[in-house]
Design a protein around this ligand. Structure first.
Ligand code: SF4
Length: 317
């Protein structure tokens, strides 16, 4: 496995003894050249997990491994420099993730500049190559971010990550800020880069149909924990956890003709507060199938099919 986490936790102290359990014991594996989709509603801890995994947040607990090498819980400046050559992140918002005062040459070439292995001419050549590789033009390198559309900016963000030749990339909602018309183009670009460069990706999103399309396997996160994992088609077409079932029912269908005929069931009820969480199933307050012991006993992961597991008492009793 290229990436492995064991009981990874990221908690934030809010003062006065209050602890926000953003990520609360996530164990997963990502094989070399695999795309793992990570889905869940806003606030489920998806982005925090991705950032903690690659060292952008210090880890509160658990372990994380890159190619079986333990990753530090708190990255030093030296760790950041070392691991940024192996692990990169593509950010959600292509508007705020690019420095408006830097040219595209400086933005994309910054990582190579920091590495200090190439001279300015070689860096310029690499930037030119990567601009063309992501579907832009070499002469774009003298321009500034505001001169580009959202889709073009996300391509610039992808070129900035790829120029380092990382082995693993966290794609944090890379298409959710883009027009529907360009979402598929960016997803296809990522898929093509994965195939040709042998990349391994964690693809974080809340659009389940897009995650099913792009990912080999999918994990579903709710309030900082994983509730279901399995091959993408299996989870999407045969979801077992009540939360996954509701997520899929509320997910818009890409075909407008089918979408018009669908009856959506919104997920109702208040989301349990992620502060000072107690025992029991975290989805119990919203679950239409909740039983009495769901309120007091935390469900463990149970295998329901090959490579398909669910954390729910419906499958443990
Ligand atoms: Fe619903 Fe209980 Fe399963 Fe939680 S454990 S999802 S409350 S049935």
């Amino acid at each position: 496995m290229l990436i492995r986490t064991n009981n990874l936790k990221k908690h934030f102290s809010l003062g006065k003894g209050q602890i926000l359990h953003a990520v609360d014991g996530v164990s997963l594996e990502i094989a070399q050249n695999e795309i793992l989709g990570l889905v869940g509603e806003s606030g489920s801890g998806k982005s925090t997990f991705g950032k903690t995994l690659i060292g952008l947040h210090p880890r509160t607990g658990g372990q994380a491994y890159f190619d079986d090498i333990p990753l530090p819980a708190n990255f030093s400046a030296r760790d950041h420099l070392h691991y940024s050559q192996l692990m990169q992140m593509i950010f959600q918002d292509p508007y705020s993730s690019l420095n408006p005062r830097m040219t595209i040459l400086d933005i994309i070439g910054e990582g190579l500049e920091i590495q200090g292995k190439l001279n300015k001419t070689d860096i310029k050549e690499q930037v030119s190559y990567w601009l063309r590789r992501v579907g832009l033009h070499s002469d774009h390198m003298s321009r500034y971010p505001h001169e580009f559309s959202g889709g073009q900016r996300q391509r610039i963000g992808i070129a900035r990550s790829m120029i380092i030749a990382p082995k693993f990339v966290v794609c944090d909602e890379p298409i959710s800020a883009l027009d529907v018309s360009v979402q598929a183009q960016v997803v296809n670009l990522l898929e093509e880069l994965k195939q040709t460069l042998g990349l391994t990706l964690l693809f974080i999103a809340h659009d389940l149909s897009m995650v099913r399309y792009v990912s080999d396997r999918m994990v579903v996160m709710y309030l900082g924990t994983l509730v279901e994992s399995g091959p993408s088609d299996q989870v999407f077409y045969n979801p077992k956890h009540p939360y996954t079932q509701l997520l899929i029912e509320s997910n818009p269908e890409p075909d407008p003709n089918i979408e018009r005929q669908r009856k959506h069931k919104p997920i109702t009820g208040e989301v349990t507060s992620p502060i000072n969480i107690g025992p029991g199933c975290r989805f119990a307050d919203r679950c239409p199938q909740a039983m009495e012991h769901c309120l007091t006993v935390t469900p463990n992961a149970t295998q329901v099919a090959e490579q398909h597991s669910v954390s729910c008492h419906l499958y443990t009793d």
